[in-house]
Design a protein. Structure first.
Length: 119
C-alpha cells in the first residue's frame, strides 16, 4: 500500500529497489535472486519494524473468491496460526484500500497510454 511504500522509502530505500507494479496495478515487493523478499537477508527481515501491512498479517490473506480471510495454502507454517477477529477486521479494512490504489494506478497508466496514443 502507498503508506507502506512511503514508510520504507523514509528508511532510505529507493522504491525501485523494493517494489514493482504488476500487470493488475498492484504494488508488490520484489524478490531477490535467491527467491525471497529483498528485505530478507536469509535469516530475518531487515525492515521488520517497518514491514508492510501484508507482511504483518501473513500468512492470513484475503481470498477474493470467498471474499474472506484465509490461511495462505503456500505457507508451510499455516497450521500454526489462527484467524482472529482482529485480523479479519484488519483485512476487511486493508483490502478495499488495496483495490482502490490498484485501480487508481491503472487509471493513471491508461491516461498516460492515451496521451502517448498507445493501444
Amino acid at each position: 500500500m502507498n503508506e507502506d511504500i512511503k514508510r520504507i522509502a523514509r528508511l532510505g530505500y529507493e522504491e525501485d529497489f523494493f517494489a514493482i507494479t504488476n500487470a493488475e496495478g498492484f504494488k508488490v515487493l520484489k524478490n531477490s535472486n535467491e527467491g525471497r523478499c529483498v528485505f530478507h537477508d536469509g535469516t530475518q527481515c531487515t525492515v521488520y519494524g517497518d514491514r508492510p501491512k501484508g507482511c504483518k498479517l501473513y500468512p492470513i490473506v484475503f481470498d477474493e473468491a470467498s471474499m474472506s480471510a484465509v490461511k495462505d495454502h503456500f505457507c508451510p507454517y499455516r497450521d500454526e496460526f489462527s484467524i482472529s477477529q482482529k485480523t479479519k477486521k484488519e483485512l476487511s479494512n486493508v483490502y478495499p484500500r488495496f483495490i482502490s490504489e490498484s485501480s487508481n494506478r491503472m487509471q493513471v497508466k491508461g491516461t498516460h497510454r492515451e496521451r502517448m496514443h498507445l493501444p
